[in-house]
Ligand binder design. Sequence first.
Ligand code: MEV
Length: 416
Amino acid sequence: MDSSFKHFYRKSYHDRLSVVGEYATLNDDAKTLIKEHVNQTDAKLIENYLTDYSLPEGVGVNLMVNGVEHAVPMVTEEPSVIAAVSNGARMLSKNGIDATVISRELIGQVVLHNPQPELLDWINERHGELIALADSAHPSIHSYGGGATDIEIRQLDVDDYSLDLSVNVSEAMGANIINSMLEKIGAAINQQSPGVVLMQILSNYATKSLVRVVGKIDFSQLGAPGMTGREVAVRIGLASHIAQIDPYRATTHNKGIMNGIDAVTIAMGNDWRAIESGIHAYAAKDGHYRGLSHWKVVDQQLVGEMTVPMPVGFVGGATSVFPLVKINQSIAKVKNARELMQLIAATGLAQNLAALKAIVTDGIQKGHMALQLNSLAISAGAAPDEVAEVVKKLRKIKNVGIDDARSVINQIRKSS
Ligand code: MEV
């Protein structure tokens, strides 16, 4: 293939931009915008760097976790997410959210294809040695209170087995730590039985890195126009049930939870794809995809509970690369990975509560509309100082769309 992208990664920034510009017929304004957002540090982080793509960061408020009030840095493009989480957190704030880290270890796999029974015996007789070998890939890990803790062999099918290594990665996210440990173990096994190791890689199904959150809301916090707090609570309980029995609803229910979880995870410099994949797998842990949270009426309260895998790190990786992450850790008042696990899960629960309350009462459009109009105005081309006026006019239009926003902007510009 004779492509203009041949050896793209070897080109200078200037040449890369002109290749992309020509290929996509970008005009000068587009190229200027791309260049204006170049960050020289980020240019060293990834291959074929073009520009920085930024997302808004805001602060979710009112979140009480284990008796401490947290302001939660959140990175999201969805206009209503931060308003919703602050609203959910306010409803939960009287009693606060109780959060508990159940476990905090990563799991990694050495997958074995067609191992002889003798090899499996050899491994089983050497758990201690293999754990020590794993630790030797990261000799400093003990000084941080971490290290490999366990080895288990799981049969996957007739021919395939997984050696599961559990590792306490201390404050790190730990992907590099565990992968280098697994490669050490894999090499030792391959030496014993050449070719038997198919792969060695961490698992994002972090079933040993679980956090549980529980929130209780008095009915008095839950009333809505035309509905008592008890009625709203009962309807939220029913919505929670539907998310247990219907994957179509469960997916949307969990998307609402991930609105909160992803936004904090990104602000905290963690790998949100890892968190997403682990959480969705956990939602299907009994073979049926279900809602992650459970809400029910107990006495005079609505009680919500959620347990999710949350293998986030507090140090290293992107947390050390992006200066904003350290600032976000300070804003959030989290001091270590466990507190971060708790905060993120609590944010997900508050987000879920706000979404459920909205959809079983007024519907989300009413509350969303004011914020969506800002987004509509910006999409239609309003400059930052025009947005407020455009939105004011759009509020008066029924079933408002992008064409209305464009014509309002034109009117305003003509009359100024
Ligand atoms: C929208 O981003 C999220 C919701 O759809 C979640 C839900 O339906 O539970 C409102």
